[in-house]
Design a protein around this ligand. Structure first.
Ligand code: PXP
Length: 248
């Protein structure tokens, strides 16, 4: 039986750390816990504005993780140089706009074909597997094939965002069609963005999906599941301190 791989995106562990400029929570610790729980890979997006993951996280993750690092990055010379220097097992090219809250839409491979093809060539010649994060459109898939990318990641954001069930079904059908179209053309097909505990199963049912990359929903769930223990531990520490209280 096939097993869909789970890439756990830990960006938002770093988001919480960067919000206070502390050295916790540590993305490396989160990655190790995710692996122990069954993650098949760890995904991080090193954004140009470094709003969450930092360069030093990549070095630390590479030393600590036992599975596979998937580095999401913009198609820029600086990021390509960084990938060539650090050599993660897998790189995923994504579009990047400074003001966006998160990645909006897939990479437009079609209109940036030469640039994307050269970027794929550089990283794949250096031994990395490259995927392109694209919308579920045949023309983008065909452009990815021409760029000789090994893999694509289909953007599931629109499917995840629409509230209306009929519109969501239309998005799902587009994804199902795109997965088959890409698989038939020899691409490894991954998917991700916006997937959560209620919408993941319809995507996991699709044949030929190799891997799902999921971040925000897992980090959000981890906070809720961990809340009870975190408060208990603080309560116990305060009570233990209070027991040792000296009268001034
Ligand atoms: N895949 C890609 C290419 C992404 O850019 C992201 C977000 O960084 C994800 C998957 C994970 O998305 P989410 O955090 O919504 O699960």
């Amino acid at each position: 039986m096939r097993k869909i791989l789970l890439g756990v995106n830990i960006d938002h562990i770093a988001t919480i750390r960067q919000a206070r400029g502390t050295n916790y929570p540590n993305p490396v610790e989160a990655a190790v816990l995710a692996e122990a729980a069954g993650a098949d890979g760890i995904t991080v997006h090193l954004r140009e504005d470094r709003r969450h993951i930092q360069d030093y996280d990549i070095y630390a993750l590479q030393k600590a993780i036992k599975t596979r690092l998937n580095l999401e990055m913009a198609v820029t010379d600086k990021m390509i140089d960084f990938a060539l220097k650090t050599k993660p097992a897998h790189c995923c090219f994504v579009p990047e706009k400074r003001a966006e809250l998160t990645t909006e839409g897939g990479l437009d491979v079609l209109t940036n074909e030469v640039k994307v093809r050269l970027a794929c060539e550089k990283l794949q010649n250096a031994g990395m597997e490259v995927s392109l994060f694209i919308d579920a459109h045949e023309a983008q898939i065909e452009a990815a094939v021409r760029c000789k990318a090994k893999a694509i990641e289909i953007h599931t954001g629109q499917y995840a965002e629409v509230a209306d069930p009929t519109l969501q079904h239309i998005e799902l059908v587009k994804i199902i069609h795109a997965v088959k179209f890409a698989h038939d053309r020899g691409l490894i097909v991954n998917a991700g963005h916006g997937l959560h505990y209620e919408n993941v199963q319809a995507i996991a049912k699709i044949s030929f999906i190799n891997e799902l990359n999921i971040g925000h929903a897992i980090i959000a769930k981890a906070m809720m599941i961990g809340m009870r223990e975190a408060v208990k531990e603080m309560r116990n520490l305060m009570d233990a301190g209070n027991d040792k209280c000296q009268k001034l």
